[in-house]
Design a protein around this ligand. Structure first.
Ligand code: SF4
Ligand code: SF4
Ligand SMILES: [Zn+2]
Length: 551
């Protein structure tokens, strides 16, 4: 249930979860039931004035979600879509971006804070308790967990950063800044010029991917709501690498909240992957809503990302297909070069892939809902497997690329490997240590399969050991063979491994460090079928789908 926000007409402030104003005792009216009541600053007010054709600059304005604003106590819906579609914003863009006001304070600040002080202090108390209890619990483990903050430059991680340092009374908590390379310039300015200056003792470790987003767009097409190949590659990939450099495990505090999306509503507050990984995710503000986050930042007088002053409601990648028209309009106003670069890419893509109405595809955001690789050079990623006369359950997996010793890297997750050269062929035996078989019996050691390869050919012979689900085994091996065949070193696999065992940046294309990988599918098999068909290239560019199941 979202929180309700009320409005005290007397004091001119929003009051969260209380319909009686604690300052003047008058009865307040409900203004929002979705937990959203965000301050609106002068820079956004100037834009509102242009759209509404009336002077709003000195009014008391709050944003209530879904294009609704509260202006001097009156709820109105902002009719900006027409304005945006008619490109009227371009007429005032230069005016707005050449005169940016960054230091205004919200009206009735003191009343707003004191009316909500008790409420916010209860939230803070609860969140800080959670943080300190969890840190204590995990610091007493055999390999201690080091508290860290995953920082994006947005409001949620800004709040978590302050909460964690206050709860632990330690300014030196390590922060990882996951730079996607597609951040708003305001985010970099915030991290460099505000956050670092305000918090000189807090280490902020930048983590930037080496991948070129625009080059990958040429291969995969621009990301869409249904084809978000970029998230894994640009968001998580290098952060995971940074965690590996910690001198211990990481207790990572994240600014994730349930109210952000349907998917996130399912998240547990603490995600303990410690059985298979070295990272525990903790989300202190998981139940907080937008109104809480803003109240906290204003109450604590924390510097925040200027993008919010411009009117952005969320701060993420500037070209994300999930960005609203509002957000795109702001990017066209404040970052015209970026907007133009993106538009050029979309036009190129639409033309290259033969869209019938190129302008409609770009200007009306049709690219955002692209579901398949339409028009891109697709690949039939089906890999054949045929019966093998060596046994009833033996199969030949046939690929297009000649098999070299590089293949060993891809089969490491299946178990311990031993090799024997005999009669022009190499016999590879894979053995699993400790586990539970399909009948529920535990075993100390069992053979998974034999593989027979003649180097330089395109056939992998698989002889599953008794008791092994051979179909699953063959499908998993096919996933790995696809990686072997199609890997373009996008680095997504690196980020999938909770142990940081996979490296696609090294001398060879794909490497698994067996000192980090447990080599036991009972413990971890994450990398194998994380992406549909095994590899993101196949997932995005697959001409035929649904040929592998039940992995
Ligand atoms: S195997 Fe595929 S998903 Fe993995 S790093 Fe290579 S290209 Fe990316
Ligand atoms: S994700 Fe793959 S490489 Fe990493 S530990 Fe698990 S099985 Fe091993
Ligand atoms: Zn009041």
């Amino acid at each position: 249930m979202s929180k309700s926000v009320y409005w005290c007409n007397n004091c001119g402030v929003p009051i969260i979860n209380n319909n009686i104003c604690p300052l003047c005792n008058s009865k307040c009216k409900s203004i929002s039931t979705n937990g959203i009541c965000n301050p609106v600053f002068v820079q956004e007010k100037k834009l509102l004035s242009c759209i509404m054709e009336e002077d709003n600059n000195s009014k008391n304005i709050w944003y209530l979600g879904n294009s609704y604003y509260l202006i001097d106590g009156k709820r109105i819906r902002l009719p900006y879509i027409e304005y945006y579609k008619n490109k009227q914003h371009l007429n005032i863009a230069a005016l707005l971006r050449n005169d940016i006001i960054k230091d205004d304070v919200i009206p009735n600040y003191e009343s707003y804070v004191s009316a909500n002080e008790r409420y916010i202090n209860e939230l803070i108390y609860e969140a800080e308790n959670y943080i300190s209890n969890l840190t204590e619990l995990y610091s007493s483990k055999d390999i201690p967990y080091i508290p860290t903050v995953s920082f994006s430059g947005g409001k949620d991680s800004t709040v978590v950063s302050r909460l964690v340092r206050d709860a632990l009374q330690d300014e030196r908590i390590i922060h990882f800044f996951g730079d996607t390379t597609l951040e708003f310039p305001a985010t970099h300015t915030y991290v460099e010029n505000y956050f670092r200056k305000e918090n000189p003792f807090t280490p902020m470790i930048p983590s930037e991917t080496e991948k070129d987003f625009f080059k990958l767009c040429k291969i995969f097409g621009p990301p869409s709501k249904f084809q978000r190949w970029c998230c894994t590659i640009f968001k998580t990939s290098n952060l995971n690498n940074e965690y590996q450099n910690l001198n211990g495990n990481s207790l990572s505090f994240l600014g994730i909240r349930h109210s952000e999306s349907k998917e996130r509503q399912k998240y547990e507050r603490t995600q303990d992957h410690s059985k298979i990984g070295s990272q525990v995710n903790a989300m202190p503000i998981i139940e907080w809503e937008d109104c809480d986050v803003w109240l906290y930042m204003l109450y604590k007088r924390i510097a925040f990302n200027d993008a919010y002053r411009y009117g952005y409601k969320r701060v993420g990648c500037w070209c994300c297909p999930n960005n609203s028209n509002w957000s795109t309009m702001l990017t066209e106003i404040y970052y015209p070069e970026l907007a133009q670069k993106w538009r050029n890419l979309l036009y190129d893509f639409a033309e290259k892939t033969g869209k019938t109405d190129v302008e409609d595809y770009v200007e009306n955001g049709k690219w955002k809902t692209r579901k398949d690789p339409t028009g891109l050079e697709t690949r039939n990623v089906t890999i054949a497997d045929t019966p093998c006369n060596l046994s009833d359950r033996a199969r030949n997996i046939i690929i297009k690329r000649k098999i070299t010793k590089e293949i060993i890297e891809y089969i490491k997750p299946f178990g311990q490997i031993s090799m024997l050269d005999k009669d022009n062929a190499t016999y590879i035996t894979i053995t699993e240590q400790k586990g539970i078989d399909s009948e529920g019996n535990s075993f100390q050691e069992r053979k998974v399969c034999d593989l027979i390869i003649t180097w330089g050919t395109t056939v992998l012979k698989v002889l599953p050991a008794p008791g092994i689900d051979w179909k699953l085994l063959v499908n998993r091996l096919k996933c790995q063979m696809r990686k072997y065949q199609y890997c373009i070193r996008c680095s997504a696999c690196d980020s999938v491994c909770p142990h940081g065992a996979i490296n696609t940046f090294g001398d060879v294309r794909y490497q698994i460090d067996e000192t980090k990988c447990p080599q036991n599918l009972n413990i971890c098999s994450r990398c194998i079928a994380k992406f549909y068909n095994g590899c993101i290239t196949c997932q995005v560019l697959a001409a035929k789908k649904k040929d592998e199941e039940n992995l």
